[in-house]
Design a protein around this ligand. Structure first.
Ligand code: FPP
Length: 246
């Protein structure tokens, strides 16, 4: 089924360069099975693996995944610890494979809050995959969109006060290059799973003109076929960026 969808994407035309995903519904998936929430997060790790492979197959340049928000630190300690351990496990299990597939991994967020082993794993996978060029996988961990904007605003203010940046040169580009995503093109498509219809403080600046696909599928059930369906939906859109079509 996914091969057929991939073939349809190819004939449809332009493939998005950058897809971002809010991976939601792990807790509900676990509850449906009368299992604790971390069981759903673990199952969600398989979806990450399959979707990364799908992203490579379709030829995306960038895939951004919202794995852990700043607000998620307020979840019960057992769940936070399980998510930190899963991050370590994901990196330990997948780093070699990601490197072999040509996936460069970048991790964005307030990484000072990570546990020491999770921070070490993040540093290791970033270093190991630094030269990969097939796909860039952006993992957002301990991330909030408003905090990212505050961080960029502070960097602008510091550069203005040191004289490195003139006040007249404070423009959209000056903010953009100081975001975690730097020179990465904005997402063309944002997918949110599990039927929720919110941005939840994800990539607030970068999503300004992004097309949205809201999937009812819970993240642990999301596979490359659902990614391909979302891309086909995107390909049927008329992107005007606030302008009118000729
Ligand atoms: C949202 O579901 C999901 C998360 C908070 C965590 C996402 C983590 C993974 C997919 C696994 C680890 C991935 C990597 C890359 C290490 P939720 O818990 O809010 O679900 P609910 O809305 O049904 O309660």
């Amino acid at each position: 089924m996914s091969d057929e969808l991939l073939a349809r994407i190819r004939v449809h035309g332009e493939v998005p360069r950058h897809v971002a995903i809010i991976m939601d519904g792990n807790g509900r998936w676990a509850r449906e099975r009368v299992m604790p929430r971390p069981f759903g997060h673990r199952a969600g790790m398989q979806s990450v693996r399959d979707v990364v492979e799908g992203a490579i197959a379709v030829g995306l340049e960038h895939l951004s995944l919202f794995a852990f928000s700043q607000e998620n630190w307020q979840r019960p300690l057992t769940e936070v610890s399980a998510l930190m351990s899963l991050l370590e496990e994901y990196i330990a299990r997948e780093a070699d494979e990601l490197q072999a597939q040509g996936v460069r991994v970048l991790i964005h967020g307030d990484l000072a809050r990570l546990t020491a082993p999770a921070a070490a794993a993040v540093a290791r996978v970033t270093r190991q995959t630094a030269a990969c060029t097939t796909l860039t996988l952006h993992l957002f961990i301990s991330y909030g969109g408003r905090a990212e904007l505050v961080r960029a605003a502070r960097a602008v203010a510091a550069d203005v006060s040191s004289g490195a940046l003139a006040l007249e040169d404070v423009n959209e580009d000056a903010i953009r290059v100081r975001l975690y995503t730097g020179e990465t093109p904005d997402p063309d498509l944002l997918i949110r799973t599990s039927g929720e219809q919110r941005l939840s403080n994800f990539l607030l600046w970068q999503l300004a003109y992004t097309e949205l696909v809201l999937s009812p599928v819970l993240w642990p059930d999301f596979r490359r076929a659902q990614l391909f369906e979302a891309i086909l939906d995107y390909q049927a859109r008329d992107r005007r960026f606030g302008r009118v079509t000729a």
